[in-house]
Design a protein around this ligand. Structure first.
Ligand SMILES: [Zn+2]
Length: 273
């Protein structure tokens, strides 16, 4: 199976491969720019080559990008929307260069106005981004916990957006277990619901996280596996589902404050064995 985590590219892009190898993962997720800004810088081609060599040598992959959390395709500001789209396009083009699966991202927030008011803009922004995405690179919509009007809390919302995407071959969905739990989906039945409403064929990746917050809280706070409100039993049952056999699992857990550690990947491995 493909089990990995969110690791840093700090210092030098190629280091993400060392970092995931160090904690015992065989697939990874990273940002491609500073997560604190919608701005981005091209990565030195020499570092990209170094990364590709390390990746080849280690056999690690697939690699997913995570779009910066500031992206908001429902923003009312034209310049902010443009910056969000440009950031996503940068990620998608880099994903093409390094043979990554694509970019997982949070669609944004309708700020309490409801999806109906912003869906036209959201769909247009996704279609524009896809037109500038290399062939075979996916834009991956992540389900949301529902905090602050976050779009994608309900599977129906994601399905509605996907139904209006032009090139559906370039669209995927990321299912985050903490966001499911916070949005009020029990893990026991979530895959049936996902399949009925969105379709399991669209599922590209799982973010496997425990939850610091209660069921239905709508609050997006991840906890280390087994230490949160979902608990190891429920997460293990979910992660062992035969329908997820070919789907990569990415941990986005806090660890000691710096993200997933070796012991977190080990917990996941032991849960699955
Ligand atoms: Zn996530």
């Amino acid at each position: 199976m493909h089990l990995g985590g969110h690791v840093s590219i700090a210092g030098s892009f190629d280091k993400c491969i060392d970092r995931i190898a160090e904690i015992g993962g065989n697939c990874l997720m990273t940002f491609a720019s500073s997560p604190r800004s919608l701005q981005f810088k091209n990565i030195d081609p020499k570092l990209i080559q170094k990364y590709l060599d390390k990746k080849d040598e280690s056999g690690i992959g697939p690699h997913f990008f995570h779009g910066v959390y500031l992206v908001n395709l429902a923003s009312k500001s034209k310049s902010y929307l443009k910056a969000s789209i440009n950031s996503l396009i940068f990620y998608q083009q880099l994903a093409g260069e390094i043979n990554a699966v694509g970019t997982i991202f949070h669609i944004g927030s309708h700020m309490g106005e409801g999806l109906e008011k912003t869906i036209d803009q959201v769909v247009a922004a996704i279609n524009f981004t896809l037109d500038s995405s290399p062939k075979g690179v996916r834009l991956i919509l992540e389900n949301a916990a529902g905090q602050g009007g976050a779009i994608g809390e309900k599977f129906e919302d994601l399905a509605q957006i996907i139904s209006r995407v032009g090139d559906k071959s370039k669209i995927g969905v990321c299912l985050d277990t903490q966001h499911c739990f916070a949005a009020g989906y029990t893990l026991d039945t979530v895959l049936e619901k996902f399949d009925r409403i969105i379709g399991l064929k669209r599922l590209s990746v799982i973010h496997l996280n425990d939850s610091k917050t209660e069921f239905g809280s709508k609050i997006d706070r991840h906890e280390n596996i087994g230490l949160g409100k979902i608990g190891e039993v429920s997460l293990a049952k979910f992660a062992s589902d035969a329908r997820l056999k070919t789907i990569p699992f990415i941990l986005e857990v806090p660890g000691d404050g710096n993200g997933p550690r070796k012991q977190d990947i080990d917990t996941l491995k032991s849960m699955l064995s």
